[in-house]
Design a protein around this ligand. Structure first.
Ligand code: PMV
Length: 348
């Protein structure tokens, strides 16, 4: 039986080997593969309700609606979601409009990229509510179309996104489950003075940096080192490769045209402190996405101590702790239902 309304929950993820730059911007086919860890404890919960198909003379009046954290979203934000839903409509063979209601349990002011968890949850909720049953790889490919890193929030634990040769084989899979290695991410939130350039625009600039070619050419070696560090639970090896990879991505960002500077003074102060703490024996390393916040990776047993150290650093507003998270899933507290639809698709 087709279900009209489904709620799904997905975690954001933090990449140890970063995705920056596309071979194909529309399909979001990446220039290089990437490896990440899902962030348990932080999530996006999204409910998708497909409305009944109404026959109108002007189909363009039938717009999707989007509410994020109780705020109605229109314009660019809505059209990005609608373009994504067009793909789901095409796959399911439906023309219905959708109502999308989404919330993040982490502060949006925190500048944590929510597009990964958002498009992963949207993909599962929209497909399930439309009666589509996709494999994990198919769901990952679909989530990739909304936001590249979202494909990595579909599987659980430690995840690799293979760049692939095209749309069919560019998806993410789990390389180890969450319980394989109890790591933690203490996210040091640093005040954001400038509105950062979004990653969609950023990816398009990557190729303008003369360093991007070298960064991409060396990616298979870094992926290999990172994969092995995770499989062997070798923190020192993970720390070395994750910091190098983050530095390489930011070197590309800073040397693109126009240049993108995401760090703030406090970002660099924390990076240096983390390296000192590691030199004195604490298992910690940093990695930074397209913003000033510093993700400080550590072993779960040290997370409280690391969070305390970070909270006392100048410029740190707050520390958000996260553990290794599981895969995207339908939310059992908000089971699939049909509250708004009076008829199933099969009855129209
Ligand atoms: O998925 P996007 O388009 O928001 O890109 C994510 C880019 C980084 O967060 C900077 C790196 C990554 O691999 O997550």
């Amino acid at each position: 039986m087709l279900t009209h309304s489904t709620t799904a929950l997905a975690h954001p993820n933090i990449a140890f080997i970063k995705y920056w730059g596309n071979r194909d911007d529309r399909l979001r086919l990446p220039s290089n593969g990437s490896i990440s860890m899902n962030l348990g404890g932080l999530f996006t919960r999204t409910r998708v309700t497909w409305a009944e198909l109404r026959v109108t003379s002007n189909e363009s009046q039938e717009q999707d609606s989007l509410v994020i954290n109780n705020k109605p979203i229109t314009g660019v934000g809505l059209s990005r979601v609608s373009t994504f839903l067009d793909e789901v409509r095409r796959m399911a063979g439906i023309k219905s409009r959708a109502e999308v209601v989404s919330e993040n349990n982490f502060p949006s002011s925190a500048g944590i990229a929510s597009s990964a968890s958002a498009f992963a949850a949207l993909a599962l909720a929209a497909c399930t509510a439309a009666g589509l049953e996709l494999s994990q790889a198919e769901l990952s490919r679909l989530a990739r179309r909304g936001s590249g890193s979202a494909c990595r929030s579909i599987p659980g634990g430690f995840v690799e996104w293979q760049a692939g040769t095209g749309d069919a084989d560019s998806f993410a899979f789990s390389i180890a489950p969450p319980e394989h290695w109890p790591l933690a991410d203490c996210i040091a939130l640093v005040s954001a003075e400038h509105k950062p350039t979004g990653s969609t625009e950023g990816h398009a600039l990557a190729a303008t940096s003369p360093l991007q070619t070298a960064r991409v050419a060396d990616a298979p070696r870094r992926l290999d080192l990172c994969r092995r560090a995770i499989l062997n639970r070798d923190f020192e090896a993970l720390a070395e490769i994750a910091e190098l990879d983050s530095n390489l991505m930011h070197a590309v960002m800073m040397t693109s045209n126009p240049p993108l500077f995401y760090w703030q003074p406090a970002t660099l102060t924390i990076m240096q402190a983390v390296r000192e703490w590691r030199a004195s024996g604490l298992p910690v390393c940093y990695t930074i996405d397209a913003g000033p916040n510093v993700h400080v990776i550590t072993e779960a047993a040290e997370a409280e101590r690391v969070a305390d150290l970070l909270a006392n650093m100048p410029g740190v507003q707050k520390v958000l702790p996260a553990q290794v998270g599981g895969p995207v899933r339908c939310d059992s507290l908000h089971p699939p239902s049909r509250p708004l639809a009076k008829k199933g698709y099969n009855q129209r």
